[in-house]
Write a protein that binds this ligand. Structure first.
Ligand code: COA
Length: 285
């Protein structure tokens, strides 16, 4: 690593004025994030940019959840500057800010070596499924079960389900996602047992997150949103162990990529009431 090159790098806080440059970096990687997606991420957390000769050449973002956890993501170094230590500097700077918390991330194959060197351990796999939404057959609901639009009185129950599913305080995230999302709730005997949001993301729509008590509940929620989006580009990032992969592929939503879920520090412990079948975003977990 040439010392001179590293010295030219300046790290500073990301602001709203960096969004355009940041989105150009993600386009270069052929990631689908629009400026609106970056703006949402920044509103929820914090970012650092790496500048070289006054030009943004790298980014990283972090989000805190409650007192003990954080996720990080949008780790990008422009192709021309990769392999010169910028990614490492960005990670060191963000990890310093998040010190004292378990940090979670979803690693691309390119990011894995860096994260392993920093001590992150692998927890599992997230599978990205996407396509133009097919016509989906209705899922048969159990007696007493229904999927209905979220109402004003559902907020607290959904926060609790999200906390159970992730082992983290996700209230701020839910509050930030809801204004730009449509939400449905899975009820069993009138009790809220799961929910799924639909929002614009990248090239189309994301069904994100899907929080459900079991596989049947998750399928009911996903079927609801796919049914409303027939013909539109839809994406869903599922936990590999969710059991949804083959079902989605058979429906016409194939897997197009995988990332590795990793943690630095003790992983959060979810409760029994609900599980995360699909993520809010790869960056947010
Ligand atoms: C991942 C990425 C951010 C790394 O940034 P970078 O500036 O190229 O990385 P660095 O030069 O700081 O290298 C980081 C470390 O990983 C090591 N490394 C990188 N590639 C490696 C490989 N294939 N095998 C082993 N080690 C590797 C480097 O040796 C370095 O270790 P060191 O700090 O001990 O010397 C960059 O490659 C990138 O933007 N990729 C595309 C977007 C992406 O996939 N981002 C990750 C999202 S999770």
């Amino acid at each position: 690593m040439a010392l001179q090159e590293v010295e030219q790098i300046v790290l500073r806080d990301m602001t709203g004025e960096d969004i355009h440059a940041a989105a150009e970096l993600s386009f270069e990687q052929q990631w689908p994030h629009r400026e609106e997606d970056w703006t949402l991420f920044l509103s929820l957390g914090e970012g650092i940019v790496a500048e070289m000769d006054g030009k943004v050449v790298g980014t990283i973002m972090g989000w805190r959840f409650g007192e003990n956890f954080a996720t990080l993501g949008m780790v990008i170094v422009t192709n021309a500057v990769q392999g010169r230590g910028v990614g490492r500097q960005l990670m060191d700077a963000m990890l310093k800010r998040l010190e004292g918390r378990t940090v979670l991330l979803n690693a691309t194959a390119e990011g894995l070596p860096l994260y392993r060197k920093l001590g992150f351990v692998e927890l599992g796999t997230v599978c990205q499924h996407q396509a133009s939404a097919p016509v989906v057959p209705l899922v048969e609901l159990r007696p007493g079960e229904r999927v209905r639009p979220m109402g004003a009185a559902d907020g607290e129950a959904l926060e609790e389900l999200y906390a159970q599913a992730t082992g983290m305080d996700r209230k701020a995230l839910l509050d930030a996602l809801l204004p730009d999302s449509s939400a449905v709730v899975l009820c069993r005997e009138h009790e809220q047992t799961g929910f799924a949001l639909l929002r614009r993301f990248g090239r189309g729509w994301a069904i994100a997150p899907v929080i459900a008590p079991d596989l049947g509940g998750a399928k009911a929620l996903i079927t609801h949103w796919l049914g409303t989006q027939t013909g539109s580009f839809c994406r869903i990032d599922i936990a590999e162990e969710s059991g949804l992969g083959n079902w989605l592929a058979d429906l016409g939503l194939p897997e197009v990529g995988r990332v590795t879920r990793m943690a630095l520090g003790p992983a959060p412990v979810p409760g029994d009431a609900a599980a995360t079948f699909a993520l809010a975003a790869q960056a947010l977990g």
